[in-house]
Design a protein around this ligand. Structure first.
Ligand code: NDP
Length: 480
């Protein structure tokens, strides 16, 4: 029987009269079905969410909401292994990665349970006799729309701060990957969150997603997905000035300076671009390598890439699984071909894996393209697959100009032993999130988001609580 949607505190069938078929990227076989929601269901859900917000959730005290959040975190941990396996089967991601991500989801609920207690307003010194103070108030009904590459973690990074801030939330997961969002709904039901405070609807972006974006009672939309979809949401929500946060695509630089610790940079960077099979908005997919260390870096990088264990996602040893779908794999293959036509040289990978164990899945060996010029399409467009473009450079200023010559500005890494150079480059690179001498700087406590067409606004840290609240300024006159 198809899994049900979570509407106003109950698991019910969607009224579209259809099911979403959920496939396993390792076999391309359907292993689960989910009932599809309709525009009518969205209307019902928004009304229930509004009622829950006005009926007490919106004015509940922070410590009351924190208690619910902690129960949800505990509920996630209780089911960590089960949800991790579900996520690996649904997305194709290695089980070790899924365990990390599901645990990170629990940590997000714990973090916001604590953060909401210290998230307050200010008193401001104004030019009149009196006290000027600010309040942070929830917006109302928030729609959280998520993509398929990190379904559970992405849902938690939106839902946890939205609830902590006092909003009621409707979560719409990507149609490829609805299962872990429904598991979250079960945990929320068990945590006895009041009906309507969190609801989960599954169905196409073009119907239920669109209905959420256009509904006049949805005050806040938090979206992660493609830049083109984000632009469409921006246009649609602008008519009614809905609050909108966008986390969009990326084409992030991995900057290897001539004095970099090459051993460390080359051995850890493959997973920074091929992790999650390259289906990662932060993938370091453009390596800018100083010409003095180019050959050595490429040689070491390819050697480290060859060691990556590609295979069945539920095998503990697997580091790179299949891509989410055949069509996503085809996009990568087309880009590799395009890159070669544009003059790049493929020195490793880019081949469909057709061994008896893996041939039914969407497996692709990670591709390394050298002789890439930054203006090539393969270096400018987000492939969202396991493809690295290596771009040599001579001069730091010219490299920064090229790194910034890109419509995206999400993430990036800088490898150098010179602190001054690291800071100089970090200040100049137009990205929201940068790592020095490592490849990850995404933390619950720190802001995450992009410059330019990588998005609007920031998630995580207290920034996410800001994004899910309005500021109100109140002045109390005390003059005689
Ligand atoms: P999409 O933009 O296709 O979809 C994202 C979500 O939006 C899905 O739930 C989708 O539903 C929904 N949606 C699609 N069209 C509409 C619409 N018109 N109105 C409302 N909702 C809609 O992205 P993908 O799922 O393909 O995800 C990959 C993209 O996400 C990549 O570009 C990647 O860079 C980006 N991303 C960005 C991150 C960041 O933090 N910056 C992090 C992770 C990914 P449905 O599935 O039913 O189509």
């Amino acid at each position: 029987m198809a899994k049900k949607l979570f509407i106003n505190g109950k698991f019910v069938e969607g009224s579209a009269g259809k099911v979403i078929q959920v496939t396993d990227p390792h076999t391309n076989k359907v292993f689960e079905e989910v009932s599809e929601g309709s525009v009518e269901d969205v209307r019902t859900m928004v009304e229930a969410a509004e009622k829950a917000f006005r009926g007490g959730w919106g004015t509940s005290l922070p410590h009351e909401r924190a208690a619910f959040l902690r129960r949800i975190a505990a509920g996630i941990r209780d089911r960590l292994e089960e949800i991790s396996r579900l996520e690996s089967m649904n997305v194709g991601k290695p089980i070790g990665d899924s365990r990390w991500e599901v645990n990170a989801g629990a940590e997000l609920f714990d973090y916001y349970a604590g953060a909401v207690a210290i998230f307050g307003g200010e008193t401001l010194p104004v030019s009149r006799p009196g006290v000027d103070l600010t309040f942070r108030q929830p917006i109302g009904v928030a729609a959280c729309i998520t993509p398929w590459n990190y379904p559970f973690m992405m849902a938690c990074s939106k839902v946890a701060p939205a609830l902590a801030a006092g909003n009621s939330v409707i979560l719409k997961p990507a149609s490829y990957t609805p299962l872990s969002a429904l598991a979250l709904a079960e945990i929320v039901e068990k945590a006895e969150l009041p009906a309507g405070v969190l609801q989960v609807v599954c169905g196409p972006g073009s119907t239920v997603g669109n209905a959420l974006v256009e509904h006049p009672l949805v005050g806040k939309i938090s979206f992660t997905g493609e830049t083109t979809t984000g632009a469409e949401l921006l246009r649609k929500s602008s008519d009614r000035i809905a609050r909108l946060s966008l986390e969009l695509g990326g084409k992030s630089p991995n900057i290897i300076c001539e004095d970099a610790d090459l051993e460390r940079a080359a051995s850890t960077s493959p997973l920074a671009v091929f992790g999650n099979t390259g289906q990662d908005c932060c993938a370091r997919s453009r390596a800018f390598v100083h010409e003095k260390v180019l050959d050595e870096f490429v040689e070491r990088f390819v050697a480290a890439t060859k060691k990556l264990v590609i295979g069945y996602p539920l095998d503990d040893k697997t580091e790179v699984g299949p891509m989410v779908s055949r069509s996503q794999r085809q996009i990568s293959l087309d880009y590799i071909q395009l890159g070669e036509k544009e003059g790049a040289k493929r020195v490793h990978g880019g081949e469909v894996i057709d061994t008896p164990e893996l041939k039914d899945g969407n497996y692709l060996t990670p591709a390394v393209l050298v002789n890439v010029r930054n203006e090539m399409r393969v270096a400018q467009e987000e492939i969202f697959g396991p493809v690295l473009c290596v771009i040599p450079y001579k001069d730091e200023a010219e490299m920064i100009r090229q790194a910034n010559h890109c419509k995206y500005g999400l993430s990036g890494s800088i490898w150098t032993r010179d602190v001054a150079r690291a800071l100089r480059i970090a200040k100049a690179v137009e990205s929201g999130v940068l790592s020095v001498n490592c490849n990850n700087s995404v933390f619950n406590e720190a802001p995450f988001g992009g410059f330019k067409q990588s998005g609007i606004g920031r998630e995580r840290g207290l920034y996410a609580l800001e994004a899910f609240t309005e500021v109100k300024n109140v002045f109390i006159w005390v003059g005689s």
